[in-house]
Design a binder for this molecule. Structure first.
Ligand code: NAD
Length: 287
């Protein structure tokens, strides 16, 4: 006998409910996306891939990476899409509000928000300072929250659904020593994504995250160097080699491995997925 709370209320969806919730992109033609932290690395690959998919793109990063953002914008324009750079720090809500406003003014209604910007730091748990923890959460957690919530408000106003995507990490699934506060921040993104998806469903907005493994970017270079130092090896000496030995598909990844998955999560092909964090790690086994 099933307990009362197992009533088919949730399991058996009425056709009406399915119709209301099942088409987040509503077959729109022109699409726009904001990609945060897209002056380089994974964000840049996502911005370029979404442009190839037909999106006009707002390329966001911090002022220190303005020239990188401008180069990405030129590349996107070369693909025949509209793009513009907007410098904003995602950890500051007011700056994210200006980012979304600028994107709508410049490109039109917002369809996809990719909350990609993030930082990493290699440090033993016992050495972490309050400042380390605060900075990690301000960018990786508050940053994603600011992007999700501000974009969601805009999408609700537009009334045509949308896609919210956030950067998690394999460390939101598997343990990795010396990255404890980074791991905690990515678990937070995973949790926020699940919960926010439940609240956004009635607005036809889906919320999903992507969890890369080891991707050859400036961020991984930094992790590699710091881990190398702590393990008494030279930069690039053992860590990448060691990592590839732990990856079933036999190689670390490139940003384009991730951008392909983000392209899917941003397309109508993933309209029936929400609250998920999909792992793109080549099959990592951390022991
Ligand atoms: P990256 O350091 O190469 O690029 C990150 C970009 O974000 C930079 O251009 C940086 O200036 C920008 N950024 C940082 N703080 C910002 C802020 N407050 N506001 C706006 N922009 C900001 O890193 P990446 O490897 O491309 O990582 C992208 C995302 O993927 C991050 O969230 C990262 O945690 C996640 N990730 C990366 C890996 C990896 O192996 N590289 C693995 C798992 C998850």
């Amino acid at each position: 006998q099933l307990p009362l709370s197992w009533s088919p209320r949730v399991a058996v969806q009425t056709p009406q409910r399915v119709r209301r919730y099942a088409t987040p992109t509503n077959g729109q033609q022109k699409r726009t996306a904001i990609v945060t932290g897209s002056a380089r690395g994974i964000g840049k690959a996502i911005a370029l891939r979404l442009a190839q998919d037909g999106y006009d793109i707002c390329v966001n990063d911090i002022p220190a990476n303005k020239s990188g953002a401008e180069e990405v914008v030129s590349e996107i324009r070369g693909l025949g899409r509209n793009a513009f750079p907007f410098m904003a720090d995602v950890s500051k809500l007011q700056e994210v509000q200006k980012l979304v406003e600028a994107s709508v003014n410049e490109l039109g209604p917002l369809n996809t928000m990719v909350a990609n910007a993030g930082i990493a730091q290699v440090k033993a748990l016992l050495d972490l300072t309050e400042e380390d923890l605060k900075r990690m959460f301000e960018i990786n957690v508050y940053g994603v929250f600011n992007c999700y919530s501000t974009a969601a408000k805009q999408m609700i106003k537009q009334g045509n659904g949308g896609k919210l995507l956030g950067a998690a990490s394999i460390v939101a699934f598997k343990p990795f020593a010396l990255l404890s506060h980074y791991s905690a921040s990515k678990w937070a993104v995973r949790g926020m994504t699940q919960a926010f998806a439940m609240e956004m469903a009635e607005h036809k907005i889906t919320v999903n995250a992507y969890a890369p493994g080891i991707v050859g970017t400036a961020m991984w270079d930094l992790i590699d160097e710091e881990l190398g130092k702590k393990k008494g090896a030279k930069k690039g000496d053992t860590i990448k080699k060691y990592s590839s030995e732990l990856i079933a598909l036999g190689r670390t990844s490139v940003p384009e491995d991730v951008s392909k998955a983000v392209s899917f999560l941003s397309s109508p092909d993933s309209d029936y997925m929400t609250g998920q964090t999909i792992v793109i790690d080549g099959g990592i086994i951390f022991t």
